[in-house]
Each structure stands twice: as C-alpha cells, then as structure tokens.
Design a protein around this ligand. Structure first.
Ligand SMILES: *Cc1c(COP(=O)(O)O)cnc(C)c1O
Length: 376
C-alpha cells in the first residue's frame, strides 16, 4: 500500500534550524527576549494592530485577554460553541461562566442572533472564533457588543493570514489570540500571540505574562539597577526566544503556505464538486480563508464515523471537525446549540497542509468519492 496521506503537518526545514542556531549563539534562550520582540513587531504588522505579545500558547493569550478586559467570578461571557474547548476553558480560568452560542450553518462561526439572545444582565463580553481560520461576523458582533457595553475577543487561533472585509485577522475585536501549535498554519510546535490596538492593555498583559513584572529586556536597557516590584498576580505565559526564532521564519513563509493551502482547497473543490452525500466548505465572499483545516459535511443518511474508518483503512487520515462545547461535561451547560451539535456529528476533516502533492490530493478526493458512494 502507498504511504498514508497525512491529515495535518507543519512546514519546517533548514531555515528554521539556522534561526535556532542563531539564538543558541546569542545566549538568550528564555522568553520575552530580543527574538520574541522582533517577532512581535513583525507579527503586529501581519495582524494589522499596533501591538503584539508572544505567549506560550493560545489558551494563555485568551486568559490574559479575558483577565485584562475584566472577566471575573459572577460574570457570564458568551462564547462561540463550535471550537476547540480552550475558548471555554479560558473563560473558566477567570472564574466567569462561559455561555455557549450556536453557530451559522453555512460557515460555522458564531451566529450573531444567538449571541444577542444569550445576553443577560450578568454578561460582560463575547468571544468569537475564526472557524478553521475563517473570520466570524465582526461588524455585527461589534454592534451587539457596543449596544450592550460588552468586550469582544477574537479567538484567531487558526486565522493567521485570513482577512475580513480586507482587514486582517487579529485586528477584528478588542483583543485577538493566536495559536502556533503544530496543527496551525504557522507553528513553533507550541506557542501563541495576543494582538490589540490598545497600548494600556498591551502594557498590562506584557507584565502579566511574566509573573506581573516588567520583562527583563526592558530592564536590561536601563542605566540604573531597576528592581521590579510585584503589584499584580501574573503567570509565566512566555514564548521562548528559541520558539520565536522558528516563528520569524514561519512568518516569512506565511504567504507561500497560504497559497499552497488555497491551492489544495481549490483542487478539492474541483474534485469533489457535485458528489452526492457530502457538502463542501463555504467561504463568505467578504473574507479570505487560511484553510487551517478542510472540513466536509457528511449527509445525515451516511455514518460519518464509518466514512472516517474506511478512509483510514485506505491510508487517508481524517478526523472529526472540532468540538461542540456545550455537550462537554466540564461546562455543565444547559443551553442547546443544535447546529453545532449536529455538525459535531457530521463534520469530517480531510488532509489539509502545505506539503500535500497534487497526486495526494487527487488520491484523497478519489477515496472520499468512493467511500461515500459505497456507504450511501
Ligand atoms: C488550537 C485552538 C486553540 C488552542 O490553542 P493552544 O495554542 O493549544 O492553546 C484555541 N482555540 C481554537 C479555536 C483553536 O483551534
């Protein structure tokens, strides 16, 4: 049998290794150093914001965002239901309660009408999710947030390089959080970033991500001996400079990685068009999709799990789409989110990464066509 077709895979190579060697030579391997700073300045440009802070992961960035925007015990925060549960978890880290809102059936981002319906006198904010990287409805969400005096956070974990009405992901809410986990479009294995246009929030999260004090880099450049004072409880949520070195190369690669993923999505679109029993993913005309994942929807008359098992037998890796949060026991949620619950059962992610060859994409698409026909 031929080699399995991998579901998701990073694109890393000699350039990343050379960048790591440079950091080794510099002696600054810890976080919040010059290599992180360089990446932050460059990533802010990509995100279209005046500030970017590197973090150990996206969950940490979400926690910092919720914390500086004031989420606390007794509050409710409306969260997009269909997501990796880091989104709901981050709300719980602050002591606030995540209240899940259902998603749009077409592009799977949070439904603004469901957000509005979930608002109570306790609600203090909204967290929207860019689904597989495709941005949510930020104009509508901004209007709802402003009307009710709420903060708005963008979970842009998968969204590096995406746009909404010409504006980059990362600039679409009060604060955005990115992930550089190995399954995302650009990666340092683990990692994340927080982006914002607000200088005050940036200054606060910068301290909070290093236990609550001014990072050592700021202190090193002083001509006195500044001894930091701890005023506010912070965490160690730093990305290391070793990881930042990888991210500087990944950022150089971003345009070509996006082009490669877009090419794969277009090929799937051609090869799977009109296949009975599946629906293909939709991109809203006013946004661009970074294709962190390529997710097809299996008709209710066919078992998604059987399709998945048969594809795996044929060497085509695949998985469910993402999670319906409200059914996770950890949250004890009572609100129904029928669209999210349904797609949680019917979504199938098929191979999508920048290293796929045309031949692999054709083989994967052919396997999908045949397996779906066989099970229909
Ligand atoms: C991957 C992901 C996260 C978590 O990212 P980490 O860097 O692992 O913390 C959060 N939200 C969404 C939407 C994700 O896809």
């Amino acid at each position: 049998m031929s080699e399995p077709i991998i579901l998701g895979q990073p694109t890393v190579g000699d350039e990343e290794l050379a960048a790591i060697a440079e950091v080794f030579k510099s002696g600054w391997l810890a976080g919040a150093g010059p290599t992180c700073r360089k990446f932050e300045e460059r990533f802010a440009v990509t995100a279209g914001t005046s500030h970017a802070l590197t973090t150990s992961n996206c969950g940490a960035a979400l926690h910092l965002a919720l914390h500086v925007l004031g989420a606390k015990a007794g509050d409710e925060v409306v969260v997009a239901d269909y997501t990796f549960p880091a989104t709901g978890h981050a709300v719980m880290y602050t002591g606030a309660k995540p209240v899940f809102a259902d998603i749009r059936p077409d592009i799977w981002t949070v439904d603004p009408a469901a957000v509005e319906a979930a608002i109570t006198p306790r609600t203090t904010g909204i967290v929207a999710v860019d689904l597989a990287g495709q941005p949510a409805d930020y104009d509508e969400l901004r209007a709802i947030a402003d009307k009710h005096g709420l903060f708005l956070i963008e979970d842009a974990a998968c969204a590096a390089g995406a746009t909404y009405k010409g504006r980059p992901a990362g600039s679409l809410a009060d604060i955005a959080a990115f992930s550089f986990h190995g399954r995302k479009g650009i990666t340092s294995g683990e990692g994340g970033a927080l982006t914002t246009n607000n200088a005050e929030w940036d200054a606060r999260v910068r301290k909070l991500h290093t236990y609550g004090i001014e990072p050592a880099l700021g202190r090193a450049s002083s001509d006195t001996l500044p001894i930091p004072t701890f005023h506010e409880l912070g965490w160690n949520y730093r990305l290391s400079d070793v990881q930042a070195a990888i991210m500087n190369v990944q950022l150089d690669r971003l345009p070509s990685l996006l082009a490669a993923r877009t090419h794969v999505a277009e090929r799937y679109g051609e090869l799977l068009k009109g296949v009975e029993g599946i629906e293909l993913p939709v991109t809203a005309p006013d946004r661009t999709h970074p294709w962190q994942a390529y997710i097809i929807t299996i008709d209710p008359s066919i078992s998604r799990d059987q399709v998945a098992l048969k594809l795996r037998e044929r060497g085509v890796q695949c998985n469910f789409g993402t999670y319906a949060s409200h059914v996770q026991p950890i949250y004890g949620a009572t609100e129904p989110c029928p669209v999210s619950a349904d797609l949680f059962r019917r979504h199938l992610a098929i191979p999508m990464h920048a290293n796929l060859t045309d031949e692999e994409v054709e083989r994967a698409a052919e396997a999908v066509r045949e397996v779906v026909a066989e099970l229909s």
